[in-house]
Design a binder for this molecule. Structure first.
Ligand SMILES: Nc1ncnc2c1ncn2[C@@H]1O[C@H](COP(=O)(O)OP(=O)(O)O)[C@@H](O)[C@H]1O
Ligand SMILES: [Mg+2]
Length: 257
């Protein structure tokens, strides 16, 4: 049994059909990268896993439990097990780095302030930002903010980590740094990882398998080697960088966003 299963999942926003029939398995311990053009539903998929969005049909299972119909309250035990680095790694500007990283710990658990301090320090240490607790988001660079966002996801010591475009907007040095962090985090904590990225170099570097989403379906899954050798036109176009990174008109035309 897979740790995460999407079965015949349908997701719509009014007239807009994001997923017609989404089927995907994620196995415990693996690192799966999701690729696909802008607006194809990559973020929506991750949000269905953490209960920020609900499927309109089909089944989403996590560790054998059906989670697609859980109430907000019933979702709490799931959120303790899944950490998410949001697209843009939004930090709360009005909170110190300590409070940002502590956020999930306070929201979903009942730890003492001492335990929270220890976990925050640990998480910041593991992303290479030790001792930054008293700083403010505005004082950090873009790359440091991403790492602080990752520390926030790590602080809950999750079994599953979801990374939504962790390297978008970063220069090559920070991109490399984040890729290494994804790999080292996985080795150190043995987490199952799902990474959404536009960056094929990152995808090839951090994943065991790659899945591509296109117009409401998973149209491809394969290992890194299989994906590199894929003859599927849509996969090839993506790998060869035809797929742009923005919501511009050309992207929307080409990918039907
Ligand atoms: N909360 C929402 N309300 C309405 N439409 C949404 C919402 N979230 C996402 N969408 C739409 O669903 C589609 C997929 O979005 P998203 O998953 O963010 O794409 P991406 O693959 O770029 O991450 C887009 O057309 C987007 O506009
Ligand atoms: Mg997205």
């Amino acid at each position: 049994m897979a740790l995460i299963e999407f079965r015949n999942v349908r997701k719509v926003f009014g007239p807009k059909v994001v997923y017609e029939d989404l089927n995907l398995d994620v196995h415990a311990g693996e690192s799966l990268t999701i690729i696909g053009g802008s607006g194809m539903g990559k973020s929506v998929m991750l949000k269905m896993l953490v209960g920020l969005l609900r499927a309109d049909g089909g089944t989403v299972r996590f560790d054998g439990q059906e989670i697609h119909q859980k109430t907000e309250h019933e979702f709490t035990p799931i959120r303790r097990r899944i950490g998410m680095l949001f697209q843009g790694a939004a930090l709360f500007d009005s909170m110190s780095i300590h409070d940002n990283v502590a956020y999930g710990l306070r929201e979903h658990f009942q730890f003492s302030e001492g335990e929270i301090r220890d976990r925050v320090a640990d998480a910041l240490e593991s992303v290479g930002l030790p001792g930054t607790e008293r700083q403010w988001p505005a004082e950090l660079s873009g790359g440091q903010r991403k790492r602080a966002g990752l520390a926030r996801a790590l602080a809950i010591r999750p079994e599953v980590l979801l990374y939504d475009e962790p390297t978008t907007g970063l220069d090559p040095v920070y991109t490399e740094r984040i890729n290494q962090l994804i790999t080292s985090t996985r080795e150190r904590y043995r987490v199952t990882s799902i990474v959404v990225t536009h960056d094929m170099e990152s995808a090839f570097q951090v994943s065991d398998r790659i899945a591509m989403i296109h117009k409401g379906f998973v149209i491809w899954t394969g290992t890194v080697a299989e994906t590199r050798a894929s003859e599927d036109r849509r996969v090839r176009d993506f790998i060869e960088g035809v797929a742009p990174e923005t919501d511009d008109a050309a992207t929307l035309l080409r990918y039907g966003g």
